[in-house]
Design a protein around this ligand. Structure first.
Ligand code: SF4
Length: 386
């Protein structure tokens, strides 16, 4: 199996499986995901049966596929029984070809990263932990509505790395009102205990979140765009000087530590998502494709038969698939092949003249400015299509 330096797979038979786990202890102030709050006990086994039934139904859509990644996302999948996680991994590995080199990621809340759980996850087959730290500053964590403190976050990262068997990533959010970058994020970027993969997101104000209601009522004031750009560029300068590669808009990693699963989404490989609100993509031999998304609510997901759980299905022409590859590729440092821009020459000319991208060895790579204005690039591409 050939992986390039970005962790992408050049084999179009490669597939990733995403398993959505919807329960969380509480809802964070910025979150609009499809989740359930754990008021009573979680139906661990019932949910496992539901996702397994869906998986067994859909797997035949991907014949002769080679599994390269399994990803447990949420929600807070670190709340799921390790036995259920192990059974799910076993079922997926059983159905696909594998050369034994499969990235198996679990998103984990820092509070769940106890010594006992780390051992359970390792025994279940997890190889990578994506720890939802979000901040290492207590006041910022309170504003974000997180259910852990900075010590939980730091201890979780160090404990997971000390196990020696996991590839570890942690998340950070910048642009939080009332949280000064110079005091809350910048010092952390220089810590020696940081993992080799970091996902760093700008805070967004999604509809129907606590944060968006605060903004509407003027309780919170979002940071202005110029300040956000300065912070974004400073994070880039600080981390690349330490040897991290800024390989996607929000992702930094040392060489050989890129997330294989995310790279699979960005490079147009197949993925099968199971669980409520999970999305899937299937690419056909002629270059066209299909994507679908499951019912959002976990209650209806579990109530419906496995073949009745799709909420939205979309057939994609070859051109649609190519357009997706272009805008997704514009968000990664490896970029897109120059020849793939042939139908969008005007956009390419604009992008190069604005310094949003550069051409190198037959590829168009985004610049740092291109990362900053990635949404503009996507809008231009979609406008040009019409
Ligand atoms: S832990 Fe993640 S999924 Fe759960 S509420 Fe917070 S942001 Fe949303």
């Amino acid at each position: 199996m050939a992986f390039d330096c970005m962790g992408r797979d050049d084999n179009m038979n490669a597939i990733g499986v995403y398993i959505h786990y919807p329960w969380c202890r509480s809802r964070c102030s910025y979150c609009d995901f499809s989740i359930e709050i754990t008021k009573k006990s979680i139906p661990h086994n019932e949910y496992l049966e539901a996702v397994l039934a869906e998986f067994r139904l859909r797997v035949s859509d991907y014949p002769q596929s080679h599994i390269i990644s399994i990803y447990f996302g949420g929600g807070t999948p670190s709340l799921w029984n390790a036995d259920c996680i192990a059974k799910m991994i076993h079922a997926v590995l059983n159905e696909f070809d594998t050369d034994g080199d499969v990235e198996i990621t679990l998103e984990a809340n820092p509070r769940d990263c106890t010594e006992e759980n780390l051992i359970r996850w390792k025994n279940a087959g997890i190889t990578r932990l994506s720890i939802g730290t979000q901040s290492f500053d207590d006041s910022t964590l309170i504003v974000l509505g997180r259910d852990h403190d900075k010590d939980n976050a730091k201890d979780a990262v160090i404990r997971a790395m000390n196990m020696g068997c996991f590839s570890v990533s942690c998340d950070l959010i910048f642009g939080v009102p009332k949280s000064r970058y110079e005091q809350t994020i910048k010092p952390v970027l220089n810590e020696s205990w940081l993992p080799k993969h970091l996902s760093i997101y700008e805070l967004t104000y999604e509809d129907k979140t606590l944060f968006s209601s605060y903004v509407k009522r003027n309780v919170l004031q979002p940071l202005d765009d110029t300040l956000l750009e300065t912070i974004y560029c400073d994070i880039h300068e600080t981390l690349t000087a330490k040897g991290y590669e800024h390989y996607e808009i929000s992702s930094y990693a040392y060489p050989q530590h890129h997330s294989r699963h995310n790279s699979l989404y960005w490079s147009g490989n197949n993925f099968l998502g199971v669980g409520n609100s999970a999305a899937s993509f299937q690419r056909f031999d002629d270059g066209s494709g299909k994507r679908w998304t499951n019912i959002r609510s976990v209650k209806s997901y579990m109530k419906h038969a496995p073949d009745q759980r799709i909420a939205l299905e979309q057939m994609l022409s070859k051109e649609d698939v190519m357009l997706d590859l272009l805008w997704l590729g514009s968000r990664t440092s490896s970029g897109t092949a120059r020849k793939d821009w042939d139908a969008y020459c005007d956009v390419l000319t604009w992008l190069l003249s604005e310094g949003l991208g550069i051409e190198q060895n037959g590829y168009i790579h985004p610049t740092l400015r291109g990362f900053l204005y990635a949404d503009h690039i996507a809008s231009r591409l979609f406008l040009d299509k019409k």
